[in-house]
Design a protein around this ligand. Sequence first.
Ligand SMILES: [Zn+2]
Length: 150
Amino acid sequence: MPETPSSESKAAKGKPYPAAANEGRSRNMRANRRTDTKPEVTLRKELYRLGYRYRKDRPIVLDQVRVRPDIVFPGRKVAVFVDGCFWHVCPEHGRQPTSNEWYWTPKLRRNVDRDRLVTDALEEAGWHVVRIWEHVPLPEAVLAVEEAIT
Ligand SMILES: [Zn+2]
């Protein structure tokens, strides 16, 4: 006789965590996950389709920092970052968060500082750094990478 799903597991599936304050915000938070965010996946797929071969999330160890660019061309020493507009404070969409400012503002400032540090450290070590905002249209993003690797 086949086992029927227990009512216990159904209940657990029903409400694992308290609901997010609103759906828009929780969708936004998901979209801002650090790795494999959509724009960087889309860019990787397109580069692959065009025949470019790269390393994904390959760590680069420098004197001051250890960085993990989204896309790396080790032979050409090209490191590509796709920066989320919110987390990396893009000039067009990166606005100061209005809620929990005590937490977010220093965090965002640290992100921006770290981005600068990482870019400087890579360039000092002879890398070409390409930073692409997540809002940049795909053809433009591809072009930026192509310009760096050719
Ligand atoms: Zn943006």
